[in-house]
Write a protein that binds this ligand. Sequence first.
Ligand SMILES: Nc1ncnc2c1ncn2[C@@H]1O[C@H](COP(=O)(O)OP(=O)(O)OP(=O)(O)O)[C@@H](O)[C@H]1O
Ligand SMILES: [Mg+2]
Length: 461
Amino acid sequence: MSKTRKKKIVVVDDEQLIGTALHEALLHWQFDAKVYHDGVQAMSDLKNEPCDIVLTDVRMPNLTGMDILEKVKESAPETGVIMMTAYGTVDSAVEAMKKGAYDYITKPFSLDEIKICIDRYFKSKDLEEENQTLKQALQDKYSLESFVGQNAKILEMFKSLEIAFESDASVFISSENGTGKELIASAIHYNSPRKAKPFLKINCASIPENLFESQLFGHEKGAFTGATRTLKGVFEEADDGTLLLDEITEMPTHLQAKFLRVLQEGEFTRVGSNQTIKTDVRIIATSNGDVNKAIEEGRFRQDLFFRLNVISVAIPPLRERKDDIPLLCKHFVEKYSEKYSKSIVGIDKDALKQIQSYDWPGNVRELENLIQRSVLSCKDSTEIGLEHIQNHFPEATLLSDRESKSLLSHDISIEEMEKKLIETTLKRHNNHKTRTAEILGVTLKTLRNKIVQYGFEKKNN
Ligand SMILES: Nc1ncnc2c1ncn2[C@@H]1O[C@H](COP(=O)(O)OP(=O)(O)OP(=O)(O)O)[C@@H](O)[C@H]1O
Ligand SMILES: [Mg+2]
């Protein structure tokens, strides 16, 4: 609702005097006010003319305050209802609050009390709206659009996400570090029916083993040394929402059975308590290693994996979708240009070529960091060039690029070209001869001979 519009308050009270006094006070406080002495007429007018607050007496002939509350909550749930009650009817006012009334005021009341109550209502309404806006902003941030990529494998993954958005089943995301697991997990939560509920994350690799159980399930005061007060665990905090468990295979083995039981039965106990607590939490688990290996080695329960892997999402590493690199670069250049209030035009051809020839072991995070630093060091209104990114790449990779540029910039013999090619490939692969031979498509013996021929090493070395 617009903040400039006068707020409208409707008073329903069969006592003429109270109605008149309130009417005057409300007008004086700059509200748009209307008073009814009969609930039936009030309700019929409210159908056509909604208002912000209904201030209603509890005990009235014809329609009671309770009837009014029910009707208003049904036809205009956005409207706040405040009950005015005589001393003897406080019980029904409390009952009314359970049914959705905002508050109640006991008669006789001062006008100040009414004003405070009304102000409090509008303040909480503003906060609610602000929260809604913030939540919407979060949802936009974590919409799938913020995951940049058009590679065929990514489009395939988007399809499996559609199922994850609609279903309530557990999701298992497996992929290397920095590929966007958290981004995808957030998109799943904020596109699911649980979006308005909590989204909590914990990283199983970073919790000390002795605190793990209490972090998950909470503990009672005095459950162990240092437990000075009762604490809720993430399972309780994330009730009705989603819990992201990063690096799930790092969960201590003795806790995996309890965790599985919680998933199956939807209840758990805090450490140091026998009381079961019901929970309804959707789980998204991630792993950046080899889950099968962890299962084979007995570090991770297979039955738990089956329970978690109902919907499985695999994000391909960046080196397997290099066609997405230009898009990602553009995205990050824009993101950091905005953040640092700069207008970086883009990335020049040579720099982009260098970026595309690299393997990106740290995946999108590594690329994002590089672009962030480049935007910072790049002069305003210019392009990111090789000079901004050079330091990022291992010597060998960079050499290959410089070499290839200089090789092509003047005439050279095939022999010279071959020499440079072998030298560069060897450097790039830390002098690993078998791999270099494989890459160059020659036998190991041929490579060895060439190495001696070009004087990189002496024979039998
Ligand atoms: N496809 C993408 N589009 C845009 N940004 C991305 C993409 N993938 C990853 N990012 C960005 O890269 C960074 C790392 O992503 P994220 O934290 O989601 O990865 P992760 O797989 O959870 O990493 P880790 O394994 O280290 O926990 C974040 O800043 C994220 O916004
Ligand atoms: Mg992560």
